[in-house]
Write a protein that binds this ligand. Sequence first.
Ligand code: ADP
Length: 417
Amino acid sequence: MPLLGCIADDFTGATDLANTLVKGGMTAVQVIGVPTGPLPEADAIIIALKSRTAPVKEAVAESLAACEALLAAGAKQIFFKYCSTFDSTDEGNIGPVADALVRRLDCGFALANPAFPTNGRTVFQGHLFVGSTLLSESGMENHPLTPMRDPNLVRVLGRQTDGTVGLVPFAVVEQGAAAIRKAMTGLKESGRRYAIVDAVTDAHLLAIGEAAADHALITGGSGVAMGLPANFRSKGLLPERGEAAAALPPMRGHAAVVAGSCSRATLGQIGYARDHAHTLELDVLATPDAAALAAQALDWAQDKLGDHPVVIAASAPPEKVAALQARLGREAAGALVEQALSTVAHGLVARGVKRLVVAGGETSGAVVSRLGVSSLRIGPEIDPGVPWTYAEPAGLHLALKSGNFGARDFFLKAFGV
Ligand code: ADP
């Protein structure tokens, strides 16, 4: 029976949350999409949706279906996870989804906190900062899907909900859990449905987590989840698991990396791999054909598979990406590469690869769906934010790396070489 049931509005955000909970001593499984069968065994289940930019109705319906599955499995608390930059528009989807969950859980109130101080996201007087700049000057004001032009989260959430939003300010948060709990109770009693809670440090997040121990619903980024494992431990519901929470079956089988991210960190990691591993860089512009690219990669890899990873990358610097996009269009270029790389991943697994690193958020989504993976057990962290995971029943270890994550030697380090 899960203690914590989580609904995440995107795939890599779900992994980030799961990773935080595992580090806090909870076992965690990430389920891809609304579950159709029984849920796996774990202290925390994180259902990964793609609801961040979906039409509002769809996001609400999927989130409610996920909530139903978690409640049916016995979850004691529901966590709605969104991005630490509060990615949303005036139409939603944070407000409408949270409203629907508050109604379903009949709790009347929930806190909202996207802070993630380690990554520079802090909330002060209700205003969200990215590093030292306001959200609305951080580059997020130009986001193609969810431009964030107002840094005041009380106003932002206020425009998305049919309820009202209050604030638990820094001065209260500084006083600790009891003061935060009292302030939240006061807001609830005065008819507020939400409280944006300031948080500038991890200590604030831990205190907020403690203050929300008895809340039916918590909404926020992965940061505010840091305080939750301790609540279950102090209620005697969660044993001291320590590092055993991250235990996965032993790693075996051939090792490989498939990279479709063109982010700066990934390009650096490919540069490092050139000198330390068999590395194939596909020339997509020369062969703009997914099946031909995949065949080329699988032929190349055939006699190189083993303990030392092979690295297959479609990633390219901005001018080459722009050239392919100019020829095929932005979407078609991305789709072609995603199709090629997911076919490569599938072919590698068929050839005995059991340990696979995938670089790129969209690329990971395409690979996971091609491999038919429906859930991932979360294991030890390789680099901040990127854990090894284990996909049953395929018996496959997967590390899904968001583009800009990981040190330069990530592709070797992941395999301990
Ligand atoms: P990140 O996490 O770095 O954003 P993603 O995988 O989410 O990485 O996005 C990278 C996108 O770029 C994918 O759609 C991928 O198919 C596409 N892509 C990869 N290589 C190329 C290339 N050489 N030319 C054009 N697009 C590419």
